[in-house]
Design a protein around this ligand. Structure first.
Ligand code: AMP
Length: 249
């Protein structure tokens, strides 16, 4: 069984992003970039399924600038077998990403498409749902457990009231949540070995996909600054401040 996993190159989660002076976007110049954390979880899950003998090939795909190759090499070092880069300098919104992933899925015919539940840069949480609709496949979103059989996959999902388990007929789309697994630490020999694994390149034009943006960002602003906190001596002072200054009591 083949698994296709989408990995996005995003600003590293440790970086404190700054908004550009003209308020059009966040500034990503000279900022550390890494694999989207939910996509690391997606790759890890695919590798564990392969180690368990349930998946035979893992193909990872990234869409974006040339440097996404680094993200793909990390996924290959984690255990993926081959990689596809859909290279473009265009801004890719979730609908365009979903169309490109559908085009790749049509070619590759995986039984399982695993994506992150959201990319931590735009926080859209749309791609998995959109590509599932475009493909006409079932979707198990926010997965905290994946149980794969030959023809179905049981996905346990984190929902408000607890956990829900759905059974999907394959092929299917799964989106990963934080508690699904803990991605492995990549060892140096695996990084070296990943350099020799196949990485193919294609483009939106080759795949016949129009990636023109459908949404326009009007403005990007920093969150309001919080004023500094203070220490109170006792509960009475706290209650007095809540009453007289914050006026919330
Ligand atoms: P989003 O809908 O933008 O929050 O992204 C959800 C998931 O879709 C991500 O965790 C990735 O698995 C996948 N994805 C989104 N954009 C890209 C991209 N440019 N390249 C590869 N995968 C992507």
């Amino acid at each position: 069984m083949k698994a296709l996993v989408a990995v996005k190159r995003v600003v590293d989660y440790n970086v404190k992003v700054r908004v550009k002076a003209d308020g059009t976007d966040v500034d990503v110049a000279n900022v550390k970039m890494s694999m989207n954390p939910f996509d690391e979880i997606a790759v890890e899950e695919a590798v564990r399924l392969k180690e368990a003998g349930k998946v035979s090939e893992i193909v990872v795909v990234s869409l974006g600038v040339k440097q996404c190759e680094e993200t793909l090499r990390t996924a290959l070092a984690m255990g993926a077998d081959r990689a596809i880069l859909v290279e473009t300098d265009a801004e890719l919104q979730p609908l365009a990403v979903a169309k490109l992933l559908k085009a790749i899925a049509d070619k590759e015919q995986p039984q399982l498409l695993i994506v992150g539940k959201q990319a931590i840069d735009d926080d859209a949480n749309q791609t998995g749902q959109m590509v599932s609709a475009l493909l006409g496949w079932g979707q198990g979103t926010f997965a905290s457990k994946v149980d794969l059989s030959a023809e179905t996959v049981d996905v346990t999902r984190e929902v408000d009231g607890g956990l829900e388990t759905v059974k999907l007929r394959l092929p299917a789309v799964v989106t990963t949540d934080l508690r699904l697994n803990e991605p492995r630490y990549v060892k140096l020999p695996n990084i070296m070995a990943a350099k020799k694994k196949p990485l193919d390149k294609t483009s939106p034009a080759d795949l016949g996909v129009d990636v023109a943006p459908r949404l326009k960002t009007l403005k990007v602003a920093e969150p309001a600054k919080r004023s500094a906190g203070i220490k109170v001596a006792n509960a009475a002072e706290l209650v007095a401040k809540l009453k007289n200054e914050a006026k919330v009591l």
